[in-house]
Design a protein around this ligand. Sequence first.
Ligand code: NAP
Length: 255
Amino acid sequence: MQGKTLVISGGTRGIGRAIVLAFAKAGVNVAFTYNSNEELAKEQVDDLQKTYGIKAKAYPLNILHPEEYKEVFASIDKDFNRVDFFISNAIISGRSVVGGYTKFMKLKPRGINNIFTATVNAFVVGAQEAAKRMEKVGGGSIISLSSTGNLVYIENYAGHGASKAAVETMVRYAATELGPKGIRVNAVSGGPIETDALRAFTNYEEVKEKTAELSPLNRMGTPEDMAGACLFLCSENASWVTGHTLIIDGGTTFK
Ligand SMILES: NC(=O)c1ccc[n+]([C@@H]2O[C@H](COP(=O)([O-])OP(=O)(O)OC[C@H]3O[C@@H](n4cnc5c(N)ncnc54)[C@H](OP(=O)(O)O)[C@@H]3O)[C@@H](O)[C@H]2O)c1
């Protein structure tokens, strides 16, 4: 994978940060986006370049405005000579999920729309831009992060869970149409993973305890667990895997 380029949204924290590190360790150049943490992103760029000897760059992006991806990719074209991997990872939280991250009877169209825009529409525009570049280098691998909250009940998660189900369907459509261009498209669906997004859950402590109890492996997931799956799906080892959702849940969904 050395010398190839990864483009990933939300590389500053949690799962995105772990993915950036895993790919950098494998010698992959990294173009990642940030939203609020510009300083952190700049520090990260310096660290990655010094520690792993790869090229790294950070770009601002707000996934509530998916069309911004066009500008991001235009800048990436100036800084990198190819795009091989694209991972749609960023997720919104806070004010923009009011009316979306709540109980069913309190859902509001605006909150749901924001979540769908940030998860489904952002995946579509980002993947379209990435695929145009991948076609020029003979193929590539696209991944959307997903969540097992579209398979099992998670309190307040209706908006996110429904958007993840939608993005997994979008992944299968993209895989079917982009396969002939040598582009594989998959989803990595996680059970509860220890990150800021999960710590923002109102019932975080309860989720953490319950996950460890449900998992035959007796622990919650880590960002590195998710990064390993992404690295596999972008490698040649996954050359016949497409249109698939790889579930990384420590065995919690079955129980
Ligand atoms: N945590 C879990 O339990 C879990 C489980 C399964 C799947 N997932 C999925 O994994 C992915 C990453 O989740 P995470 O837990 O790592 O999230 P996180 O720790 O909250 O990190 C969110 C990332 O998204 C960026 N971001 C926030 N708002 C944004 C916006 N409006 N526009 C663009 N970027 C924005 C943040 O950038 P700044 O730092 O610059 O603000 C940050 O890099 C998500 O798709 C999530 O659904 C998570």
